[in-house]
Design a protein around this ligand. Structure first.
Ligand code: RB5
Length: 150
């Protein structure tokens, strides 16, 4: 069965998202498009929440969120327990965030990165496995930050 990816953008990433869906479908992934699909101005937290919901309920393995910078989407996504969203601007970061952080959401900045670069980053992210071991202990802490001292 194809790996399912929940994908959404705000108005700044509509065309980019469309191209990325085509790219990923061509690579055998199943994309669940959660909007937005027009250039009318929308609020990125709404779309971040949609994608996080699909991961939290187990319907999708990964999420991709696109806004102008990718920053708003990453801030919004990381407010959800169980979500580890990484804003990546290079392939090394994409590989390392999978290996070390077991990131399950990739955030991209449509106004920052050329599309071809974003496609490369996405491929690197999806092609890389989590390393586990000591990294698992750190990830476990993320969902229980209240147990850590200030
Ligand atoms: C929308 O203009 C822009 O603020 C948004 O796409 C994003 O860059 C926010 O972080």
């Amino acid at each position: 069965m194809a790996t399912k990816i929940a994908i959404a953008s705000d108005h700044a990433g509509v065309d980019y998202k469309k191209r990325l869906i085509e790219h990923l479908t061509g690579r055998g992934y199943e994309c669940v498009n959660l909007g937005t699909d027009t250039e009318d101005s929308v609020d990125y937290p709404v779309y971040a929440k949609r994608v996080c919901g699909k991961i939290k309920n187990g319907e999708c393995e990964f999420g991709i969120l696109i806004c102008g910078t990718g920053i708003g989407m990453s801030i919004a996504a990381n407010r959800h327990i169980g979500i580890r969203a990484a804003l990546c601007g290079d392939t090394d970061s994409a590989v390392l965030t999978r290996q070390h952080n077991n990131a399950n959401v990739l955030c991209l900045g449509a106004r920052i990165l050329p599309f071809e670069k974003a496609a490369e980053i996405t491929d690197a992210f999806l092609d890389t496995a989590f390393l586990g071991g000591r990294h698992q202990r750190r990830i476990d802490m993320l969902d229980h930050m209240e147990n850590l001292p200030f």
